[in-house]
Design a protein around this ligand. Sequence first.
Ligand SMILES: [Zn+2]
Length: 331
Amino acid sequence: MRLDLIDGFPAPLDGLTARDIRDVLPNPTLIEIEGERPEPLFVSTLLHGDETSSFRILQRLQAAYGEARPPRSLLILVGNVDAAAAGERFLDGQPDFNRIWSKGAGAHHAFAERVLRTAREKRIFASIDIHNNTGRNPVYGCVNVLRPADLQLAATFATVGVYYLNPSTTQSIAFSRLCPAVTLECGRSEEPEGIEAAWRLIETTLRIDSFDAAPPPPETLKLYETVARIIIDPDCSFSFDEADADADLVLCADLEDRNFVDLAEGVLWGRVVGGGMPIKAVDEHGRDLTASFFRLEGDAIIQAAPGAPSMITTSLNAIRRDCLGYLMRRA
Ligand SMILES: [Zn+2]
């Protein structure tokens, strides 16, 4: 698998969309831009081809530093250009480009290893990997190490953060072994708030000499960790519309608005028609935690312990393919 290395920005990206990326960058590419401070800021874009806020950041970086010298060097990864051209997360036959950053056989792991080796040789200062969600979420940064510098990156980006160690094969987990690292979840693709917050963080990080030795004050970052993944019984038909008479399960229409809202015990999630508990909470090892987090009261599904939902989506497709969302607690 090819990885192109270029010094300086490619032909202008202005006026293009992520779907046009291969007109300018036909292969995954590392772009090196020399700046005042030599240790580069690593910026990772388009690891998921349909998450296009990172393409907007790439355009902004080119507009800002195509001519002018940045205050710190940049090493920019443009990841899955084939999936971006198709508007997909990744293509059939490809792995997920944010699950290839561990030891493994095959061309994609070798690609990730080359990127990591280059980053290590350049003695990168920090790593920022840019993503989007499908559901309505506030912007939030994910960290994998509770170091002051990583927390500072997350807190500079947003007031909500997530700490995770699973899945262990992501870009930010691999890069957190080299330098402070953060994954930015910029809301849904193209939402201006997420793009602005990501840009602010990049501009700030390019201008600092070093990270603070002390962690950011706790009131500046609400940090969560995942307790359970919420899935819907595959045999159960469901809907977010109370008028849907055919659904076995009608979920509350405003569920998506509760992402990263701390909920008390007793909150309604939905109503079941046929009886039984059609939603399940499982931890990262696949253990069933449903009884700890949900109970049935008549036909009502009630949250049985405090916790904040996250990444709840109303996309029926995403729920069937992946999950309804997650339950979080304060880390
Ligand atoms: Zn992503």
